[in-house]
Design a protein around this ligand. Structure first.
Ligand SMILES: Nc1ncnc2c1ncn2[C@@H]1O[C@H](COP(=O)(O)OP(=O)(O)OP(=O)(O)O)[C@@H](O)[C@H]1O
Length: 266
């Protein structure tokens, strides 16, 4: 399968400082990739590089010709207290047809909010409106930077299920940055754990069990994972994929499309 975006041995600098180095990764249609890592580990920088906002100082990023990208930024790119309806917000900076707007709102499951004021929305509703905005472009790849910040655990679990639904409906690739490691990892096909470089990657189970990941985040799983698992009864604790794929260096971009759309039960 041709990757939508192929990253090859990139270095990213900010203010002259290297924030990421030696990063290679491929992002495929229909695949959910989650980027995890501690604060300042370069997650947002990598997303910005993927959308072309932060060019690498070494290595290369290849995007499929004419690739349509949907991006959900970390913050609302507006003052949320400004009087503005959802419909108007979706027409900025470009006017969109009422049809396209209705379709995007419906994919994000917020069709009923079209004429509400942004300032009146709950955190979860606002995230979904941002998602709808990113979906207007009918993206082939959807990139989300900490989309569930500030949501409670049921809100997080619901949002990630929504993302799976979008991926299933549109067949788009999804790349998410998240701090809610455990819940988001279960929704992913592939996890990349960053800490200035790729410190481990693979299926959620492989990463969760890797020594590198545990050194960064500890072995606990947290309530959010339990919640997600509860709602996805095909996930088992303690499956044994082993650790042998957990090292990111020199990998060959293995993909497992047959695992798509579910938490990997082994
Ligand atoms: N606009 C900027 N100018 C200069 N340096 C920046 C800028 N944005 C981020 N950095 C630096 O780049 C490094 C990586 O930051 P980045 O935001 O990519 O990390 P992150 O993993 O997304 O962090 P967090 O989890 O806190 O959001 C940090 O050291 C940060 O201080």
């Amino acid at each position: 399968m041709t990757a939508l975006i192929e990253v090859s041995n990139i270095t990213l600098k900010r203010d002259g400082q290297v924030v990421l180095s030696g990063v290679s990764a491929g992002f495929e249609p229909g695949e959910i990739t989650t980027i995890v890592g501690p604060n300042g580990s370069g997650k947002t920088s990598l997303l910005k590089a993927l959308i072309g906002e932060l060019p690498p100082s070494a290595g290369s990023i290849t995007r499929l010709r004419g690739l349509r990208i949907g991006y959900v930024p970390q913050k609302l790119p507006l003052d949320p207290t400004l009087p503005m309806t959802v419909a108007r917000f979706l027409s900025l900076p470009r006017r969109v047809s009422a049809d396209a707007r209705a379709r995007a709102l419906s994919y994000a499951e917020v069709a009923a909010l079209e004429h509400r004021q942004l300032a009146d929305l709950s955190g979860g509703q606002l995230q979904r409106v941002l998602l709808a905005r990113a979906l207007l472009a009918e993206p082939q790849i959807l990139l989300l930077d900490e989309p569930t910040q500030g949501l409670d655990q049921p809100g997080q679990a619901a949002f990630y299920k929504q993302i799976e639904h979008v991926r299933d409906s549109l067949g788009c690739g999804v790349v998410m940055v998240s701090h809610e490691l455990h819940v988001v990892m279960s929704a992913s096909d592939k996890v990349i754990c960053l800490n200035g470089h790729i410190c481990c990657e693979g299926t959620p189970e492989v990463v969760r069990n890797s020594a590198e990941y545990r050194a960064l985040f500890g072995p606990g799983t947290g309530g959010a994972l339990a919640l997600y698992r509860h709602e996805h009864d095909h996930v088992h604790d303690g499956d044994h994929h082993g650790h042998d794929h957990a090292h990111g260096h020199g990998h060959d971009h293995e993909h497992t499309p047959d695992h798509r759309g579910r938490s990997h039960a082994g």
